[in-house]
Write a protein that binds this ligand. Structure first.
Ligand code: GDP
Ligand code: GDP
Length: 433
């Protein structure tokens, strides 16, 4: 499922408009994350039952002119390396520019699938103008209007054909990814965990996706670490450090069962952290938040509580997530992080027997049924957990369409109160019966 679609191209061709269009279908599910939508350049999209991550490289462009073209060139190279599919967006109203040509020549060397997306075809008269883009030498062209959405369906039909399947022989050990912004302490915690005795470690270069999986087997723990920190690549353009790190983060995140999101206690929990959190949540990964460099904070008896509340405010409504305060340099609570990740792994895999579910939940529902709408009453008959990698519950009832969002929350909270799903996203469905 680790499929990434990267949108590349020079400025103003419509990359971010396309990005918005591809990711918007997901908005149907509660997507009211206050204050973070503004600067998000990567998100989940869905087409024909494929979930994939879309990244808009345009969000990472430098401000000053001289580094700007170099930055774009390098982003194209990174996109080729890291993405499953590259969408090269060009603009029918301007034709081919020098920068388009240059991007195309880099893309021609790519072994990854590249799609030429001719944008801004708002009406059929422009079809003839689009033909010139065949001369880019990248094969078939796809004509779309990001503004109206026309043509994007045909494009996605082709794109998903190039997706990689989940590796069937993949290791069955839990996989944990330590992610976070640069400098929060990811390398330090990995080194602390692995210690000096590197014999216990077997780095297995990821087969198809070239990420590093480290096998950790010590003190009764047996899991794989999906490493992003160790793979920091040199980049010539400083602005691309963030782009590169986001790319790696998304990949590691998609491969992991549990995401260990590390933040710097001094810097706090910021919009980028919130974006990573929501990406993990939408991907239905287990989540542990680690507040590192706790040694640098002046503390009193309330400090932890205040910190926790601030973070929970920012990650609402999914607040049932463990938060661990560490100092890697002082060796404080490093192993606790792993204990908690194991716990979250178990919570995410937890299966509740149908009888137990009904025994616990039906009386709760009886006492507090969904509010009647237009005189119609929703009757919930029974509940069952749906098979899957994360907890999902189906509530069978007569009128599922009358159950509104607040009741979903109520049910989720009750499930969390009675069963331990800490750190695991829980999905609730009401189904016709
Ligand atoms: P980016 O810099 O490549 O991310 O480009 P933007 O998505 O910001 O779009 C640049 C401009 O082109 C904006 O004014 C968009 O409204 C416009 N635009 C994007 N897609 C279309 C389209 O399909 N048709 C038309 N007519 N304009 C578009
Ligand atoms: P990464 O970029 O996330 O891999 O971060 P690093 O592990 O390279 O750490 C960045 C810097 O933070 C290094 O100088 C570390 O020594 C320092 N650092 C890491 N953990 C802690 C901590 O718990 N406390 C303090 N004071 N510094 C830390």
């Amino acid at each position: 499922m680790s499929n990434i679609v990267a949108i590349v191209g020079r400025p103003n061709v419509g990359k971010s408009t396309l990005y918005n269009r591809l990711t918007e279908s997901r908005k149907a599910i509660v997507d009211d994350f206050s204050g973070v939508t503004r600067d998000r350049h990567y998100g989940l999209a869905e087409w024909l039952n494929h979930n994939f991550t879309v990244i808009d490289t345009g969000g990472y462009v430098a401000n000053s002119d001289d580094v700007f073209e170099a930055a774009i060139r390098e982003q194209v190279d990174i996109a080729i390396e890291e993405a499953t599919v590259v969408l090269f967006v060009v603009d029918v109203t301007t034709g081919i520019t020098d920068l388009d040509d240059e991007i195309a020549s880099r893309l021609r060397k790519s072994k990854k699938p590249v799609f030429v997306v001719v944008n801004k075809l708002d009406n059929n008269n422009q079809v003839a103008d689009a033909m010139v883009f065949y001369s880019l030498g990248l094969g078939e062209i796809f004509t779309i209007s990001s503004m109206t959405g026309s043509g994007t369906g045909e494009l996605l039909d082709e794109v998903v054909k190039h997706f990689e399947d989940e590796d069937p022989e993949e290791n069955t050990r839990p996989k944990y990814a330590i992610v976070g912004r640069p400098n929060v302490g990811k390398s330090s915690i990995i080194n602390a965990l692995l210690g000096k005795d590197r014999n216990i470690v077997t780095p297995i270069a990821g087969t198809t996706r070239d990420s590093i999986h480290i096998h950790y087997n010590q003190y009764g723990h047996d899991f794989m670490l999906v490493d992003t920190a160790g793979l920091r690549k040199k980049t010539k353009v400083k602005e691309n450090i963030e782009f590169y790190s986001v790319m790696r983060t998304i990949k590691a995140l998609e491969e992991a069962d549990v995401v260990i999101l590390m933040i710097d206690a001094v810097e706090g929990f910021e919009s980028q952290d919130i974006s990573i959190f929501h990406l993990a949540e939408k991907n239905k990964k287990g989540i542990v938040i680690v507040v590192n460099k706790w040694d640098l904070i002046e503390k009193n008896s309330k400090t932890i509580k205040v910190f926790e509340e601030q973070i929970r405010d920012k990650i609402a409504p999914f607040t049932d997530v463990p938060i661990v305060f560490t100092s890697v340099t002082e060796k404080q609570r490093v192993l606790k992080v792993i204990d908690v990740a194991n716990q979250v792994y178990e919570n995410r895999a937890r299966k509740i027997p149908t009888s137990k579910l009904n025994e616990v939940m039906l009386p709760i529902i009886e006492n507090y049924p969904p509010p009647a709408i237009k005189g119609k009453y929703v009757k919930i008959k029974y509940i069952t957990q749906i098979a899957g990698t994360s907890p999902m519950f189906a509530f069978f009832c007569n009128l599922p369409q009358y159950v509104k969002e607040p009741y979903y929350r109520f049910i989720e909270n009750k499930l969390r109160e009675h069963f331990d799903f800490s750190g695991a996203p829980v999905q609730v469905w009401f189904r016709q019966k």
